[in-house]
Design a binder for this molecule. Sequence first.
Ligand code: SUG
Length: 448
Amino acid sequence: MKSYEVNFDGLVGPTHNYGGLSYGNVASQSNSQQSSNPKEAALQGLAKMKALMDMGFQQGVLAPQERPDVAALRRLGFAGSDAQVIQQAAKEAMPLLVASCSASSMWVANAATVSPSADTADGRVHFTAANLNCKYHRSIEHPTTSRVLGAMFANQQHFAHHAALPAVAQFGDEGAANHTRFCRAYGEAGVEFFVFGRSAFDTRYPAPQKYPARQTLEASQAVARLHGLREEGVVYAQQNPSVIDQGVFHNDVIAVGNGEVLFYHEDAFLETDKMLAELTSKLAKVGGKFQSVCVPRSAVTVDDAVRSYLFNSQLLSRPDGSMLLIVPEECRSNERVWQYLQGLTGSGGVIREVKVFDLKQSMQNGGGPACLRLRVALNETELAAVNPGVIMTASLYDSLTQWVERHYRDRMTENDLADPQLLLECRGALDELTQVLKLGAVYPFQIN
Ligand code: SUG
């Protein structure tokens, strides 16, 4: 049976703004308070989805969330009508209003961890929504994420959904941003690679000194258990704490894998040789030949990687077995990174081509091409069971582009977030969107 990697990209929500909310994420911190352009952000994301679809890849779309999240503000003690809640928060606690307005759900690599059916004990595709417990503005995403994923992958014969892990830092889980799957073919059993930043319960593991490690070993192990993964099909590795302290807040800022290939920076992991040996032997057991492409620090520094987002790229398989790397424009403007990429594609190795996309609006908050997509490996039967409303087509692209043009503002600052009219605008837009994507009622304002 045929199988595919389907990339579901997060559609940027109408409140996209630079809130400076993510300590440890260099771009988010350095662009704090700049004015943003939600319309441009959404159109840049849609252009990437359309381009990948046009290249022949399977592409889907994941809906944004209701923001401002008035219910979240009410839980923090703000009261009255929706407009009063927003106005009171703006007056008394602007950072909380900003957090409740974040469009951070666009980075759907953090929405969930997904295990394909070939890896799981019950032969279903498993999803665990990420608790995103490290940052308040992201911790409020998972209930709606779960409803949206449930509406996209509704068929219980093929899809199993797990609620987010307990909402404490010891089970901090950031979803697929710290998870990669290696396999010979998408429909065959593979090796799932979980990268953690620290252990919550075992003090023998080192931890970063400056910035938080968002993913714990215990969270990754819980996800592997929930999904029914075989021990032989799982590898755990620790991220190098010193790169977290340099701004590598997720593993997908310093490594990306696809098929049998891991593309990574020399400083990405601890005990790299042991990890590579385990990946090689476990992939061999399911018939695969593991390959790694290491980028030396002499060619590209960790700082270059963080600024350019070289590793937050999408590594995609082409029909001839070679691979294509989708990188952000910032890679072309970094001389060392661009030179490295020229050498890489000209070397006769597996990565043959690089395509560049302008995702500046998202990049300024620390979200590159790979952050914007959630990968779901599906066989033909499973793909047919996905809600067809969320699969990208030329006509869906047109509808979504027109929808963005109609509803989105082209400039957003803190003052705009304090405008109660924005909530009404967003709800109107999202109500229409759920019809376009055939999701049913998924937002708090639709179900309460
Ligand atoms: O969680 N930025 C996101 C970026 C997530 C990127 N995802 C992956 N690497 N997979 C984060 O730090 C910034 C929001 C703000 O500051 O307005 C933000 O949430």
